[in-house]
Structure formats: structure tokens, C-alpha cells
Design a protein around this ligand. Structure first.
Ligand code: FUB
Length: 323
């Protein structure tokens, strides 16, 4: 289905939107793309972002998008190396916790936490990354019952292929084509929101045959950009397939899964990466994502977009072809 879409920040390059409703307003936490001059490669070195802005609105399709300015930057973070990629923010007991992936001084992605008293920041970083954290794209889900789960991981430049059972390998290893694909991870956060409460667990996506999707199933297997939302009592895990440029989803009965593959949310857009969040606001559902139309296809200069998202009567997401 073709959907009317809106570019949210036409005067700057913003990507990877994590979006939540806090205090009755929509808050957008994107990556802030920039032209660093670093050549494009499979490690994603050209995505050399160094700060975050926060945006808010009370009318997603037509209202003012307020820019709250820079809320965290690489130079504020004691353990920083480079590359602030996709972040997410969650609220617990009136405090706001921003989770962000960043390469440390050894060029290894870790996940850090920064804290604020309000949704628009600024966010004050903790002195060290989360113990035992690795890879990229943290998305945090509040189950409404006092539990907060982080979903994370990303292949290639996201370094997930360097880990098995939460331990670093001597060197990166991909499964054989007919073996289960590398999974995203899910982990419950500690009561103080600053650490993992348990060992991260693999998030398994099953095909219609009840077997895990295999590594060669490039148009369905997980690549990066985890997101979790709940609809009609079911848990919807959504993600990017990376090199096949789709946003897909799978449904489960609890936050840990397993999840069963359902279909495509968004067909490929202009640009290599695809990344999103799904949020309900004032009775409507929205898909926030990015594309590279305004930068004439420059893959590392992405622009934030939003359109409405709909479900059919059975709870399936109707596939969107962005305009
Ligand atoms: O923005 C850098 C990376 O590109 C993100 O972490 C990925 O999800 C992809 O959008």
C-alpha cells in the first residue's frame, strides 16, 4: 500500500528514529548523520556520527517538530572512541535513560547509558559502558509491568558476527548457509536501568515450518535495527534484513519469543540502510523510518520520515511502499 509520508527534519540529516510517547507528546531520538569524508566500506566507517538531537511534536503528520538541540555528544563520553549509532530512550520512575552504541577506544562497539530528568535531555553519560554489552542498535521495551527489555545486535559493521554465547570470538564467524541465522539478542535490564540483569539471550525467528530461519534466507533473517511493540496482546518484533533492504516482523507470545516470521512492513527505500520504530499516538499507528531521497541517494546522509501504519483484521501489518 502506498502511504502519504512526511519528512520530519528537512534541514538536517537524521536517521534511525527511536520514537516514544512521553508526557503526552511524541519524542524522536534519531542518529545525526553528517558528511565526515570517510570513504564507504562494509564496516560502516562512513556512518561517523558524533552527537544526538531530540525532537518532539504533538501532531505527527502536520505539527511543528521542535528541535531540543544537542543532548549528548561523543566528547562527553569518557570511554568513547567513535561512531554514535542508533540510540533509544525509556522512562522509569520519572528518569529517562538513553541507551547508545559507540565504539570504545579499541574500536569495539559497546552499549552505553546516559540519564536525564526529562525526555528532552540533556543526557549525562555513565563513566563506563554496560558490562557485557556488545554490538549495536539497542531498542528498549517497557512491558508496563515494571520490566524493561533491551533488544540489540547488528551484522557486518555492527560486529554481531564476532560473538557467540555472549563471548568474543578470536575472529568473526558467520554460520553456514543452512545453519540458523545469527540472532538478535534480548536481555532484561537491572532495576537501576544501568546494567543487564541477566545474560543476553538469542531471539529466535521461526519460519512457517517451525524451524529457525537460516543464514541464507537473506530476505527474512535478522540483520539489524531491532524494535519491539505490543498490539492486541501479542509481541511484534521488527527488524531490518540489511542487504535485502526490507523491514520485516515476527510475532511472539512473550518478550523473549520465539517469534514467528509474518511478513514485510516496508519495501526497500532509497539508500542502503533501513531502520524504524512503530508507535501508537492519539489512536493511530505510525511507522517512523528514514531514506536518502533528499541527499540524492547518499547512503550515509539520511532523512527522517513518518507515515501511518495499519493492521488488517487478523493483526497483520499491511505492507507499506513509501511514497
Ligand atoms: O546509523 C548507523 C547504522 O545504520 C544503524 O545502527 C543501523 O541500524 C543502520 O541504520
Amino acid at each position: 500500500m502506498k502511504k502519504e509520508a512526511r519528512y520530519l527534519v528537512p534541514n538536517d540529516y537524521m536517521a534511525d528514529p527511536a520514537v516514544h510517547v512521553f508526557e503526552g507528546k511524541v519524542y524522536i531520538y534519531p542518529s545525526h548523520d553528517r558528511e565526515s569524508g570517510i570513504p564507504e566500506n562494509d564496516n560502516g566507517d562512513h556512518f561517523d556520527m558524533c552527537d544526538y538531537h531530540v525532537f518532539s511534536t504533538d501532531d505527527v503528520m502536520h505539527g511543528e517538530i521542535k528541535d531540543h538541540g544537542v543532548v549528548l555528544k561523543v566528547s562527553d563520553i569518557p570511554w568513547a572512541g567513535r561512531q554514535l549509532w542508533d540510540c533509544d530512550v525509556v522512562c522509569k520512575n520519572g528518569k529517562y535513560y538513553m541507551y547508545f552504541p559507540l565504539k570504545d577506544k579499541n574500536d569495539i562497539f559497546r552499549i552505553g547509558v546516559a540519564v536525564s530528568d526529562c525526555p528532552e535531555g540533556p543526557f549525562i553519560p555513565q563513566p563506563d559502558p554496560i558490562r557485557g554489552s556488545y554490538s549495536i542498535d539497542p531498542a528498549v521495551f517497557d512491558d508496563g509491568e515494571g520490566n524493561y527489555y533491551m533488544y540489540f545486535g547488528g551484522l557486518w559493521g555492527g560486529q554481531l558476527q564476532r560473538y557467540r554465547n555472549n563471548k568474543a570470538l578470536e575472529s568473526a564467524a558467520f554460520p553456514a548457509d543452512d545453519e540458523p541465522a545469527l540472532p538478535s539478542r534480548v536481555v532484561k535490564l537491572s532495576a537501576d536501568m544501568l546494567q543487564f540483569a541477566e545474560e543476553p539471550q538469542p531471539l529466535i525467528i521461526l519460519g512457517e515450518d517451525g524451524k529457525p530461519l537460516t543464514a541464507d534466507d537473506n530476505s527474512r533473517r535478522f540483520f539489524e535495527a531491532s524494535w519491539m511493540h505490543k498490539y492486541n496482546g501479542k509481541y511484534y518484533f521488527s527488524y531490518s534484513t540489511g542487504d535485502t533492504h526490507l523491514l520485516c516482523y515476527a510475532i511472539g507470545d512473550n518478550p523473549y519469543g520465539p517469534f514467528t516470521y509474518q511478513g514485510v512492513i516496508l519495501m526497500p527505500v532509497v539508500g542502503w540502510t533501513t531502520h524504524h520504530s512503530i508507535v501508537e499516538y492519539k489512536g493511530k499507528w505510525y511507522l517512523f523510518h528514514h531514506d536518502c531521497v533528499p541527499s540524492n541517494g547518499t547512503t550515509w546522509l539520511r532523512s527522517l520520515k513518518v507515515c501511518e501504519l495499519e493492521y488488517d483484521a487478523a493483526g497483520h501489518i499491511i505492507t507499506i511502499e513509501s511514497k
